[in-house]
Structure formats: structure tokens, C-alpha cells
Design a binder for this molecule. Structure first.
Ligand SMILES: CC(C)(COP(=O)(O)OP(=O)(O)OC[C@H]1O[C@@H](n2cnc3c(N)ncnc32)[C@H](O)[C@@H]1OP(=O)(O)O)[C@@H](O)C(=O)NCCC(=O)NCCS
Length: 212
């Protein structure tokens, strides 16, 4: 198992290990953490995310990194990159997402980890843009985007195969000097969240980690 690993002030972002499966399943079984995905995940679904992300790292060199806290080596969740290709005007794109255990919210960990991921995306992968999108109702996720310096575009988009009736928003970050930030928003758009993507495109399965 190889692949990019990042060390921040309080976190290590790394590839997944077998020991992560149980704590990750606990995180994914929490209805509050998984509200944006419409339902908690089973152990099998949770394990499938790890398998999928390990395959993504092997194939494309990026995915969702396991986020481990340095001081107690506890798995807090993930942050990372995935491919979005669901027909919105900004697709295909690489997007950034995050998910942490409920008791790890409110400490700045998501933003800290995401900064390292964005640096990698722009400086190592050479991407010129990273997109983030979420439901407008997910204020915590939107706040992470704002703290990262992302801003909204005026674009509107529709995410297929998710319940209608919920507004969605999207933010884009461009790097390094361009900083033309754009966003998508559609009043009647379905719920958009963060999670994982299948190997080349984002999954449309609501149980998928980056089902948005
Ligand atoms: C989205 C999610 C990762 C955001 O977590 P979060 O804890 O709100 O975000 P951060 O980790 O960046 O923490 C920011 C908060 O920590 C506070 N904080 C405390 N110590 C801090 C520190 N040392 N540095 C920075 N911020 C700190 C900030 O003031 C901020 O507090 P506030 O929310 O009261 O304004 C989390 O809500 C989550 O996992 N949700 C479920 C999954 C999900 O919805 N994912 C996104 C789908 S689109």
C-alpha cells in the first residue's frame, strides 16, 4: 500500500488499513453524520467505501484519505478527492469532500485536512480547479468551503437520481493564482452531498460515500 500521505499540525491523512474498517463503520452508522446520504450505512457498505477508495488510489493516485488524529491515532473520518461526472455544466470535475465522526466536529479538523488535500491537488496533481458541492441545507459543509476560500458560482446544476425538492449549491476553487471561483445553485435541485466516486465517475447510488 503506497500513496500520498500528508501530515498537518494535528492530523495524518493516509491510505486505509484493515484496522480502519470497524471505526469507519461506526462513523457511517451514525444517522447525523450520514444525513446528507439519506441513511446510515451498513458495515458492508462502509467496507465497500474503503475498498473503492483503495482502488481509486491505486488507479489514479488520489481518493478519499483516511483522517487520523495524531495525538491518539484515532480515525476521525475522511477527506479527499473524487471525480464528478453527472452532467452538470462544471463536469467532468475533480471535487473535494469530507466526513468526520460527530464528536470530531467543531474543532477545525475538516478544514485543516482539506487544506492539505487542496495543496496536493493543485501542486502535485497540477489541477487548475477543484469543485465542491453540497446541499444548501448542509451549512457545516458550506462553512468548510468558505473557510477554504471557495466561493459560489452563479451556475445552476441538477444532480440526477437523488430526491428532488432540496436546493443544492456548489463551490469551486481555482488555483493557484487564478482564483476564479464559481458556483452552481438550483432552487429545485436535488440534494447534493460529498462522498466518494466510483473509479472514473461519481456514483449515483445514494449509499455511496460521495453520492451527492
Ligand atoms: C462537514 C463536516 C466535515 C464539517 O465539520 P466541522 O467540524 O463543522 O468543520 P471543521 O472541522 O472545519 O471545524 C470548524 C469549526 O471548528 C471550530 N474550531 C475549533 N478549533 C479550531 C481550530 N483549531 N482551527 C479551526 N477551527 C476550529 C471552528 O470555529 C468551527 O466552529 P463552528 O462550526 O462553530 O463555526 C462535518 O459536519 C461532517 O462530517 N458532516 C457529515 C458529513 C457531511 O455532511 N459531509 C459533507 C457532505 S457535502
Amino acid at each position: 500500500m503506497t500513496g500520498p500521505t500528508f501530515s498537518t499540525e494535528r492530523l495524518v491523512l493516509r491510505r486505509w488499513s484493515p484496522a480502519d474498517r470497524r471505526p469507519f463503520a461506526r462513523i457511517n452508522a451514525d444517522p447525523e453524520v450520514t444525513a446528507y446520504r439519506f441513511a446510515p450505512l451498513t458495515r458492508r457498505q462502509s467496507d465497500a467505501i474503503i475498498d473503492q477508495e483503495e482502488a481509486n488510489f491505486d488507479r489514479q493516485g488520489f481518493g478519499l484519505w483516511a483522517v487520523e488524529r495524531k495525538r491518539d491515532r484515532r480515525l476521525l473520518g475522511f477527506t479527499g478527492l473524487a471525480r464528478s461526472d453527472f452532467g452538470a455544466r462544471f463536469c467532468p470535475a475533480v471535487d473535494i469532500g469530507w466526513q468526520l465522526s460527530r464528536d470530531a466536529w467543531g474543532r477545525g479538523y475538516a478544514t485543516e485536512g482539506a487544506r492539505a488535500v487542496l495543496t496536493f491537488a493543485f501542486e502535485e496533481l497540477g489541477l487548475s480547479e477543484v469543485v465542491a458541492h453540497t446541499t444548501r441545507l448542509n451549512e457545516r459543509s458550506r462553512a468548510v468551503m468558505r473557510r477554504l476560500g471557495m466561493s459560489r458560482s452563479d451556475r445552476r446544476f441538477r444532480r440526477p437520481l437523488v430526491p428532488t425538492g432540496s436546493p443544492a449549491s456548489s463551490l469551486r476553487a481555482q488555483s493557484p493564482s487564478g482564483v476564479r471561483l464559481a458556483t452552481g445553485r438550483r432552487e429545485d435541485s436535488p440534494v447534493i452531498g460529498h462522498g466518494t466516486a466510483p473509479p472514473t465517475t461519481r456514483s449515483t447510488d445514494p449509499a455511496s460515500p460521495i453520492s451527492k
